[in-house]
Design a binder for this molecule. Structure first.
Ligand SMILES: Cc1cc2nc3c(=O)[nH]c(=O)nc-3n(C[C@H](O)[C@H](O)[C@H](O)COP(=O)(O)OP(=O)(O)OC[C@H]3O[C@@H](n4cnc5c(N)ncnc54)[C@H](O)[C@@H]3O)c2cc1C
Length: 382
């Protein structure tokens, strides 16, 4: 009786479910967590503060279609995310920009560097430090080293558990200096937060007569991948859109795909605000990478009460309660993924979508865009 079974109710699964339902298809969504929304899920904590359980999610996109699609299910709160780096005693905006120069150096030196940067690269440019390192000007090269050491190096070591020599030089080279006074973390045309939170947006998206959602169920309780896909003891003739991890789907038969996971340290404080910005990155010390204070993101007002969250990054242990957050993308892991992909292709009615199923990092808007494209194709088919 279902045309589609969708595994996972994050952006990938939920956007597909709604688009297919709107096109008259009957859809079953299976979600193992007790809630919908995937990693974008938000809820209020015991102090009544709206938090993002799986890390801070800020919506931003340049794709009008994505923004308009989600706007069917939510209004938006205007929010321009700004991130501060804390490097010892220094505090400055990141990505490193012209304002950062004046926070870090004396006014005279900052002015000199500003003039040199503008004359070398022009205003409003994002110049990778790799390019700055090749400059013939000693001051510009020195600035590139400052940014490397105080913004990038330790933060990246914490985030990816790497030694300096293990960090891909190409990644280092891409770290930008923004020749601008714009402190916003994202420059996208559309950015903000769902006015009432992500979860109500997902609830509205999945609220459709053609959609059945089952939470707290693992897909393998319903679906068996034998020669064919079996659903309720019969060959399933519809299509399965799978947004979970591929290695897990096939019992880790070729070994587990490596990921980084995160431990979140939530803390409640009896102050109206704990820090000056939504997110502060700890770029040279502290074991955590960043602290997010949710009230800045959500706009929630509450006197004398706030919740912050510290993020600790570490290796993911497969087949435990750990959540795989960031795929570790390199040639070896990609070829392992390809083996699983070949196995998945044996099932002609199995479609893969999402950050887990595709073993990639995607921002939310990209996943919405890909889900809409996939459904365009599916609904054009007979
Ligand atoms: C810490 C962090 C911060 C981020 N911040 C931002 C941000 O600020 N802006 C931005 O654009 N993007 C951000 N992202 C990226 C964003 O989280 C992803 O783009 C988005 O989650 C992708 O959606 P998805 O549906 O592919 O995956 P998910 O949201 O992970 O959804 C997959 C769902 O499938 C379910 N599932 C998996 N396997 C099974 C199974 N076998 N049976 C049943 N259910 C299953 C899972 O429980 C999960 O709910 C961030 C990511 C992280 C990790």
């Amino acid at each position: 009786m279902f045309d589609y079974i969708i595994v996972g109710s994050g952006f990938a699964g939920s956007v597909c479910a709604r688009s297919l339902a709107d096109a008259g298809k009957r859809v079953l969504v299976l979600e193992r967590r007790p809630h919908i929304g995937g990693n974008a899920y938000d809820c209020t904590d015991e102090n009544g503060i709206l938090i993002h359980k799986y890390g801070p999610h800020i919506f931003h996109t340049n794709e009008k279609r994505v923004y308009e699609y989600l706007s069917r299910f939510t209004e938006w709160r205007k929010y321009d995310h700004e991130v501060l780096a804390k490097a010892g005693e220094l505090e400055f905006p990141v990505p490193f920009n012209l304002n950062s120069l004046y926070k870090v150096f004396s006014a005279k030196k900052a002015e000199m560097l500003e003039k040199k940067l503008i004359s070398a690269y022009g205003p409003q440019k994002k110049v990778p430090i790799g390019e700055m390192r090749e400059s013939t000007d000693d001051d510009i090269r020195e600035l590139a080293e400052f940014v490397y050491n105080n913004v990038f190096l330790h933060y990246t070591m914490k985030q990816w558990g790497q030694k300096p020599e293990e960090i891909d030089p190409a990644t280092t080279a891409r770290v930008p200096v923004f020749i601008s006074r714009d402190n916003r973390y994202f420059q996208d045309e559309y950015q903000g937060m769902p006015l009432y939170g992500y979860t109500p947006m997902f609830e509205r998206m999945l609220d459709h007569k053609n959609i059945t959602v089952k939470c707290s169920v693992n897909a393998d309780a319903y679906l068996k991948f034998e020669d064919k896909i079996i659903f309720e003891n019969e060959i399933f003739e519809g299509k399965v859109i799978y947004t979970g991890a591929l290695d897990e789907l096939f019992g880790y038969c070729y070994g587990a795909l490596p990921y980084r996971t995160l431990d979140f340290g939530f803390e409640h404080h009896d102050v109206t605000y704990y820090q000056s910005h939504g997110t502060v990155n700890y770029t040279v010390d502290e074991p955590y990478t960043r602290i997010t204070e949710y009230k800045y993101l959500t706009g929630q007002e509450m006197e004398g009460s706030t919740t912050i969250m510290k993020e600790f990054s570490r290796s993911y242990r497969p087949e435990t309660e750990d959540i795989p957050y960031y795929a570790i993308i390199n040639d070896e892991n990609n070829s392992l993924y390809q083996k699983y992909l070949s196995k998945a292709k044996e099932y002609e009615n199995l479609l893969l979508l999402g950050r887990l199923a595709e073993y990639k990092y995607y921002n939310m808007d990209k996943i919405v865009s890909l889900a809409l494209q996939l459904c365009d194709t599916l609904t054009e088919e007979k």
